[in-house]
Design a protein. Structure first.
Lengths: 498, 183, 366
């Protein structure tokens, strides 16, 4: 019965959009594992949030698959491993898989075609390992959040052990249209994912896990449920299909019933969230001692002849994937890394696949948001669509008038750039770009201010030094004068004596 | 009779209001503060002279006197302009403030003779080196004042735009489409 | 190799709605009521309708030309046409041509373009035009012809309609047009002559009022068709239910209370709902995106405010109908409502402070 209280209570899911899924073409086909090994792999040294890794190999070195190429730097970082066996032919700046394609330090590996693994003994019973050892191994394997955030997973596991975490949430939402890599992974490798979840629970010393899967993936749900059956502490649950269900805070609100405080972390409500792909990578790393050297990538979009999910070595150029799947060069109007809602449009395809690349889409003119921009008619569809409860139209309006602080006042910093507002906007206003611009501009201003403070400090130091030097010189001068006077006095005295 | 009432009442009203205004002026007076110091504190303090005044202090004085706009400082850019305007309590239109591309000095290693003149004049110690050694500019500390350019005997110092990197890359402001009102 | 140099941020895909699409759907929703009005009031109404729409588009083009913008794409968004249409709906059906032209001019130039065009105006252009006309030309704006469907015995022919449209009241007199008062106007007049309620409406059919078989503005008479169009718009997701429902509910509840207390001086909710511009205002005027609040809560307040003002003006005001004034007054309050009625941000309390960390607090207690 509809009672009055339900009318006034906020729904479990706020905002969001029902986007056309475009998943059917790839979700029913098995993951392709026989992608021809590329001749060259371009492995960037920073594929994660945090500090770039520092290379430990030199040009000319021969490396085996899984061998460490660069080790992590500092607290938040991740190492990088060779995705195949071969020779290092260059360590230099190459274009990054980023909208700007600006250079990033990259190890170029010429493969020898043998794809030979480095010998590393598998662990017999990983549950005998100390919990700290699990996160150490996860860290050493270079595992980062494979859902797209690329946050080093070991840091999160440590966070889980240090805080009182009651639930490990596993994100099988995959709410982005087109993408099916997690769906296929769950369908085909559910046992491995469940094993990875158990290992993560062990590493975090946490009791239970909940896997949230959107209800548009019944096969994945069934497979995961079956694989999780022997473990009563792993619950597999269906969640409604509504973008952005995979936003960690939306999933936490839906499955746990709590909201993460603004500016806080999910650990504040006793939850840590990982992606299903990450769980699988943990399984491989801890049980088989295999670092993260490949990932499953959905290659899809209207311009792709045969869309599919492929297991791709990290560092493979997108152009190689396009060549393998067949792409209509003239029809492909936009190349996107990630999903179509939050992914980045790339300027060209000679950019490498990195750990965070969940999908590569080649979209046609018909598929992309391509209509002309029109004035805002204040229809407030963006307000209804915003999962964070913001007023995108007001924020964009303030930013357009350069009132960035005023935009912050109404919640700019709570924006997650999910793209729901841009998706629904009938006037086709690039709302998310306004927010990204404003955030960047604010960061730049802060940096400028830091710099000006820094400059001032440098100036003061210099002035102080100059003063000191001057003073010293004066003192020396005075001492010299005094000595001279003394000498003269002595001479005079001697003179008078003589 | 009516006229008299009107005159009396309006006069009384005027007197009362005038009295209140007088009190307000006396007790709610805003103290004129030493704003010049505050303004100077905000400014880069490198005395670079790009504003046309001989240093940051004279520029702050000109600002306080209303002789110069808050947008006078090129190294400070729009962020400084905004802060200065806030302090001065004036409205500025940042639409017109084009942040000039920040240029930093760079040493051309082929022609540097290690004369040390440049790092003696650098106000922020952004140039490092030793006599007879090639000097280098720490671009993070360079404020683009061009003082070193003037003293370099071999013209080996040149101004270059700050290199674009993934770290300092930012999304541009979306272009406003044709026919869309901007108010 | 594919090279795309243009920078574009997410979302890369989009829903298929456009401004044109929304405007088209609203026009579709008001067309049954409009068609019924045109049928009831015949050729002169059609003349007026066409003149108003045409001049709205021409005024828009003129303003855009003046502002140095390219007119064509803006005209194509359909907003000027819709504004003109809404103005025409609120005019007395046999009003002379210049009323239509003046209404469209006020709506487009003073109501919209002086603010900077689509999306910038504070007041609903159609209501602004209607109120300005009502105050400036009270006679033309309150001369209501009887229902005389096209081709019926009393209906003016095509030629006659031109004389009505182009020579104003004189033309109407020469055409022997039968005029009278609207239901609300009639009640107001009777009240002023100390005649009281059930008697006034003794032989009045509320059913015909609902249907639209009554004197009134060109497109506002048929409450039934307007409500049907409005509900369709809600179902299509073009407008939300909040404003219409809270507006209608407020009017119903208020008039119900007063009617129950004193049935002689206060008309029943049914009369309120079936007459005047109420349905049109509730579904098509108050719901105008540009001039109504953004959030559901704000929209509820806005609708309730409109309903309250409509009831107050109808009951105690000088004018028999208050929808136009009510909407304009609430339009002025929209920025204020928007300022105070903001949605709660995820992870924050309504006042914008971050939520307390519940788990951490519990831990300390343990």
């Amino acid at each position: 019965m509809l009672s009055l209280s339900t009318l006034f209570k906020e729904p479990r899911i706020r905002g969001g959009v029902h986007a056309e899924a475009h998943k059917a073409s790839t979700s029913s086909q098995p993951i392709v594992i026989d992608l021809p090994l590329p001749k060259k792999l371009y492995i960037p040294l920073q594929q994660h949030v945090g500090k770039a890794a520092e290379p430990v190999v030199r040009v000319g070195d021969h490396v085996l698959k899984g061998q460490l190429l660069a080790h992590s730097q500092g607290m938040i970082s991740a190492p990088v491993h060779a995705s195949s066996s071969g020779v290092i032919i260059d360590i230099d700046d190459y274009p990054a898989p980023h909208p700007s394609a600006l250079p990033i330090r990259t190890v170029v590996l010429e493969t020898d075609g043998e794809d030979k693994w480095i010998s590393a003994p598998p662990v017999d019973d990983p549950f005998q390992l100390a919990p700290e050892e699990v996160s150490l191994r996860v860290g050493a394997a270079g595992i980062v959040g494979l859902g797209g955030a690329a946050f080093p997973s070991a840091v999160k596991l440590n966070l889980g052990r240090e805080n009182r975490i009651h639930t490990l949430l596993i994100n099988g939402g995959e709410c982005e249209p087109y993408l099916t890599c997690d769906d296929r992974l769950m369908q085909e490798r559910a046992a491995g994912i469940i094993d990875g979840i158990r290992l993560m629970l062990h590493g975090m010393e946490t009791g239970q896990a909940i896997v949230g899967i959107e209800d548009n993936k019944p096969e994945a749900y069934a497979a995961m449920r079956k694989a999780g059956l022997p473990y009563p502490f792993i619950k597999v649950e269906q969640v409604p299909t509504r973008y952005p269900m995979g936003w960690d805070r939306q999933l936490i609100r839906y499955l746990i019933g709590q909201e993460v405080p603004a500016g806080g972390r999910s650990a504040d409500v006793g939850v840590i969230m990982h992606n299903v792909g990450t769980a699988y990578a943990v399984h491989r790393a801890v049980r088989f001692n295999q670092p993260l050297v490949s990932r499953i990538v959905t290659v899809s979009g209207g311009a792709i002849a045969s869309p599919m999910n492929i297991e791709v070595p990290i560092g493979t150029l997108i152009s190689e994937l396009f060549a393998f799947c067949g792409v209509d060069q003239t029809a492909a109007k936009r190349i996107i890394m990630g999903g179509p809602m939050m992914g980045d449009a790339l300027p060209h395809s000679r950019l490498p696949i990195v750990k965070a690349s969940s999908g590569i889409l080649a979209l046609t003119q018909e598929e992309i948001r391509n209509k002309a921009q029109q004035p805002c008619i204040r229809c407030a569809q963006c307000v209804s669509a915003c999962p964070a409860g913001l007023l995108p139209l007001e924020m964009a309006n303030r930013i357009r008038n350069n009132q960035l602080d005023a935009a912050v006042d109404i919640g700019l910093k709570d924006c997650i750039s999910c793209g729901s507002c841009s998706y629904v906007c009938p006037s086709n206003i690039p709302l998310v770009q306004y927010f990204k611009y404003a955030s960047g501009e604010l960061a730049a201003r802060q940096q400028a201010q830091h710099k000006s403070e820094h400059t001032k400090r440098l100036m003061d130091e210099r002035n102080a030094r100059m003063d000191r030097i001057k003073k010293q010189q004066q003192e020396e001068e005075q001492a010299r004068l005094a000595a001279k006077a003394e000498r003269e006095r002595l001479q005079n005295e001697q003179g008078t004596l003589a | 009779m009516y006229i008299l009432t009107a005159i009396v009442s309006l006069t009384t009203l005027g007197l009362i209001l005038g009295f209140l205004l007088g009190i307000a002026a006396r007790y709610l007076k805003v103290e004129s503060n030493p704003i010049v110091d505050e303004l100077e504190a905000l400014m880069p303090g490198s005395q670079c002279g790009q504003c046309g005044y001989p240093g940051c202090r004279p520029a702050a004085e000109a600002l306080a006197a209303g002789e110069a706009p808050p947008t006078l400082c090129p190294p400070g850019g729009s962020s400084l302009a905004e802060q200065l305007a806030k302090l001065l309590g004036v409205e500025i239109d940042l639409n017109d403030v084009q942040d000039p591309e920040l240029l930093v000095a760079r040493v051309s290693e082929d022609t540097c003779i290690g004369c040390t003149r440049c790092f003696k004049v650098c106000p922020t110690d952004a140039i490092v080196g030793a006599p007879k050694q090639i000097h280098a500019v720490i671009s993070d500390a360079c404020i683009g004042c061009k003082k070193c350019i003037a003293v370099c005997p071999t013209e080996c110092l040149q101004m270059h735009p700050v290199e674009a990197t993934l770290r300092n890359w930012r999304w541009p402001k979306p272009a406003v489409a044709e026919g869309v009102a901007t108010c | 190799m594919i090279v795309h140099s243009k920078l574009s941020s997410g979302a890369h895909i989009g829903a298929n709605t456009t401004v044109q699409h929304i405007m088209r759907q609203v026009m579709l929703a008001i067309s049954p009521a409009t068609a019924f009005g045109l049928f009831c009031f015949g050729w002169p109404a059609l003349n007026l309708f066409i003149i108003t729409l045409l001049s709205a588009v021409l005024f828009e083009a003129f303003c855009l030309r003046l502002a140095g913008k390219v007119a064509r794409p803006v005209i194509m968004d359909g907003s000027a046409l819709l504004s003109g249409w809404l103005v025409a709906m609120t005019l007395p059906p046999w009003a002379p041509w210049w009323i239509g032209v003046a209404g469209a001019g006020i709506a487009i130039i003073l109501g919209k373009q002086v603010y900077g065009g689509l999306g910038q105006n504070l007041f609903n252009p159609a209501m602004l035009a209607r109120i300005a006309l009502l105050i400036s030309f009270p006679i033309e704006m309150t001369t209501w012809p009887n229902v005389a469907p096209v081709f019926s015995a009393h209906a003016p022919g095509l030629i006659e309609s031109w004389s009505i449209t182009f020579s104003g009241l004189g033309g109407m007199a020469s055409a022997d047009a039968m005029t009278g008062a609207t239901t609300l106007g009639y009640i107001k007049t009777e009240f002023s002559q100390q005649h009281w309620l059930p008697d006034i409406l003794a032989d009045h059919s509320i059913f015909l009022d609902f249907l639209g078989w009554t004197r009134g503005s060109l497109g506002e008479t048929s409450s039934l068709l307007l409500a049907a169009g409005g509900i369709w718009l809600i179902r299509q997701g073009v407008i939300k239910w909040h404003i219409p429902i809270s507006l209608l509910l407020t009017v119903t509840v208020l008039s119900g209370i007063f009617h129950l207390m004193d049935g002689q001086h206060y008309v029943s909710p049914l009369v309120h709902l079936s007459s005047g511009a109420l349905m049109c205002a509730a579904f098509f005027i108050a719901t105008d995106y540009v001039t109504s609040p953004n959030t559901p809560a704000g929209q509820l307040v806005f609708g309730a405010g409109c309903g309250l003002l409509i009831f107050v003006i109808r009951t105690w005001g000088n004018y028999p109908e208050g929808a136009g004034f009510a909407v304009l007054l609430m339009n002025a309050a929209t920025p204020l409502i928007d300022h105070y009625m903001r949605p709660r941000i995820y992870g924050r309390y309504r006042n914008g402070k971050p939520l307390a960390q519940k788990v951490a607090v519990q831990e300390h207690k343990q």
